[in-house]
Each structure stands twice: as C-alpha cells, then as structure tokens.
Design a protein around this ligand. Structure first.
Ligand code: 13P
Length: 254
C-alpha cells in the first residue's frame, strides 16, 4: 500500500434525484459517520434548490456541499442560470463544471468551461472539472486527444497557484449510469494522461490536483478503484443516493 500524498475525495452527485426530505435525511446520516474529515474529504453535489437546506444540515461538519453547475457571469439576462456568488450565498463551497450530462444533453461548449472554472475559483467555489470520452471516441482511439482538448478548455485561465483548489474528475461517458465500469487499466491510462498534461501545464503545483474516477462506482468496486495509485477519489452518481450504498464507498478501506 502506497502512502497517499493527496487526501482521498469521495463525492456524491445526486443529479436530478431525491426530494427535500430524503436529501436532508441522507445528509444527516452521512454527517454522523464521517468523523472529523481529517483522513478523507466527503461532499455532495445537490440540486441547487436544496442547497440552502442541505448546507444548514451539513453545518458544523466537514461535509462539503456543492452545486452541479454554474454560469460564469455575476449577473445579467441569463434566464434559468445561477451566478457563482448565488451558490456561495446559499452555502455551497464547491461546484461541478462540465459534467458529461451538461456537455451532451445541454450542449455546453468547451469554450464555456474555462470561464466557468475561472469564475468558480474567483468566487471561492472549489471546482471539480469533469472530462471524459464517449464510446465512439474511445473506439476510434481518440480518448487521449479528447481528454487533452477538454483539459485545454477547462484550464485555459488556470494558473499554478490555483492548482490546490481544483479537482479533475475522469468520467468516461459510456460508464456513467450504465453499470459498466472502466477497467482498472483504462482508468490508470486515462489518469496518467491527465496527470502528465497537468504537470506540463502547471509544473510542480499540479501534484496537488486530485484526479477522481466516476462512472458506475459501487460499494463492490470502490475499494479496488481506490487501490489504484492514480485514483485520488471517486465521483459517485446512483450509489450516492442512499446511505446503504454511499457509506460503504466512503468507508472503502474499512
Ligand atoms: P453513476 O455513478 O450513476 O454512473 O454516475 C456517475 C456520474 O455521472 C457522477 O457524476
């Protein structure tokens, strides 16, 4: 077992699931189990409408609470969007940027990614920048190229001294919600590509950036994924919706 230089980060992305009362129950249960948070970081990315209530329940614990998306302007005519300062105001301390569902269903462009990451940092929100290839990109041997292009976009305005506040999540699109996890070799390879790109871009400071894996993470594969040196944490969708499945993932090393 290697000694980790980066604190493990286990994050749950609820997407458009749960309701107010089940959200709060889940947060209460998890809050009661994560201790002082010294050995791992745990966070939920919740529907924005529940952020204020969820943050109130999480208060006094190390549990992080974040939004699932953000726009990059401070205010203006952007119907339906939320400014970073608005997320902060209701208690979020972090945010997802570039989740594959935003990119593919809602057609978010690469060009926005750098501005979103920058806006999050400038407003004291810790971004998790999500990247990943589709199945046709993988089958066409374009995985590396796609990841680098997404990194170029998201890190366009990031500097070395921002590095410790950013997390990257590698989520192969074909592994999200499908029950099909990437093989350990595929995860290792993609994470190595990302790590190398980060080092080239940001130098030594890039060592502080955690790279999470996401895509059909379950209690029965969390331990093995976390055993990979290249994996600093997990971004969990479906299995983060219930304490019975999320707690064993948080406690992957129990
Ligand atoms: P699943 O864990 O449901 O595959 O979702 C992964 C994901 O998209 C997390 O952001």
């Amino acid at each position: 077992m290697t000694v980790r230089s980066r604190k493990p980060y286990i994050a749950g992305n609820w997407k458009m699931n749960l309701d107010r009362s089940r959200s709060l129950d889940l947060v209460k249960t998890v809050k009661g189990r994560i201790g002082d948070g010294n050995d791992r970081e745990v966070a939920f990315f919740v529907p924005s409408i529940y952020l204020a209530d969820v943050s109130a329940v999480a208060q006094g614990s190390p549990l992080g609470v974040g939004g699932q998306n953000v726009w990059f302007e401070d205010d203006g005519a952007f119907t339906g969007e939320l400014a970073p300062r608005m997320l902060r105001e209701v208690g979020a301390d972090r945010v997802l940027v570039g989740h594959s569902e935003r990119r593919h269903i809602f057609r978010e462009t690469d060009e926005w990614m750098g501005r979103k990451v920058r806006a999050a940092l400038d407003n004291d929100l810790l971004p998790i920048y999500c990247i990943g290839e589709t199945i046709s990109e993988r089958q066409g041997n374009r995985t590396d190229r796609v990841l680098k292009k997404q990194l170029d976009a998201g890190f366009a305005a990031v500097k070395s001294d921002d590095a410790h506040r950013i997390t990257v999540a590698y989520e192969p699109v074909w592994a999200i919600g499908t029950g099909e996890t990437a093989t350990f070799e595929q995860v290792d390879q993609a994470h190595a590509t990302i790590r190398k790109w980060l080092a080239n871009k940001l130098g030594e400071e890039a060592e502080n950036i955690r790279i999470l894996y996401g895509g059909s993470v379950k209690p029965d594969n969390a331990r093995q994924l976390m055993a990979l040196d290249s994996v600093d944490g997990l971004l969990v969708g479906g299995a983060s919706l219930q304490a019975e499945t999320f707690l064993p993932i948080i406690e992957y090393d129990a």
